[in-house]
Write a protein that binds this ligand. Structure first.
Ligand code: ADP
Ligand code: MG
Length: 215
């Protein structure tokens, strides 16, 4: 049997990720100070705190409604590019899993792909432009590849997590094409993209939680 992701699991993941974000303010603010305007941590932290506050309500919803609510909260609570991108991304994920109370591995992969596509359309970024897409895109590719190959779900989750982390790390040497880092004279080269790092933490956290569920 494979994993089944419920809204309760998703709130568990949100709570853990919120804690990780809360504890890393100096690190993420520092990354955005080097490449942008320094507010990425504050933006994500406010957003995740609002999700934690809504946790009780989210737990009781089917996953499609939970994703819609998360999208609305992120859109309204997070300032900057991230709020619009995550807000729209979660709305697209919600539409993709319309009518589903919970998600198995292929359905989760589809939801993540819908989120990725919405973010790329909305923000106009493609892989290699030094944005959060550089963590999400390879993670979705690894997920699809693992499912197509019929790999075990533990293996797939490990590959998805690694792809996201390696993708974020790869932004260090990239020249920014989208986002505020593209306004810097050196295009942010030598610095990690903050949005890619927080995206990789979210993907890694979800993969870890699901791998624990599989036992
Ligand atoms: P802002 O850039 O408006 O201050 P944040 O600081 O919250 O917003 O988020 C910055 C992050 O958003 C960047 O590190 C990058 O990963 C991501 N980002 C910015 N613009 C785009 C875009 N057009 N497409 C995808 N991601 C983007
Ligand atoms: Mg910023």
């Amino acid at each position: 049997m494979g994993f089944v992701l419920t809204s309760g699991d998703y709130v568990d993941y949100i709570e853990r990720t919120a804690e990780l974000i809360r504890e890393n303010g100096d690190y993420i603010s520092g990354l955005d100070a080097a490449t942008g305007d320094g507010d990425h941590w504050a933006n994500m932290n406010v957003g995740f705190e609002s999700l934690v506050s809504a946790g009780g309500e989210l737990r009781k919803m089917p996953i499609d409604a939970a994703f819609r609510k998360i999208g609305m909260l992120m859109m309204s609570k997070i300032g900057g590019s991230s709020g619009i991108l995550y807000g729209g991304g979660y709305m697209a994920a919600s539409k993709k899993c319309a009518g589903k109370a919970e998600l198995d591995a292929p359905a989760l992969c589809g939801a993540l792909e819908a989120m990725l596509n919405d973010m790329m359309e909305r923000g106009g970024a493609k892989p290699g432009m030094k944005t959060m897409i550089d963590a999400l895109y390879p993670a979705v590719e690894a997920f699809k590849k693992g499912l197509d190959a019929g790999n075990g779900e533990k293996e797939i989750l490990g590959a998805v997590k690694s792809a996201a982390e390696e993708g974020a790390e790869a932004t260090r040497t990239m020249e920014a094409v989208k986002g505020r880092a593209s306004y810097q004279t050196n295009k942010g080269v030598g610095h990690l993209d903050p949005g890619a790092v927080t995206m990789s933490w979210q993907i890694a956290g979800l993969c870890d939680l699901l791998a624990e569920k599989l036992g």
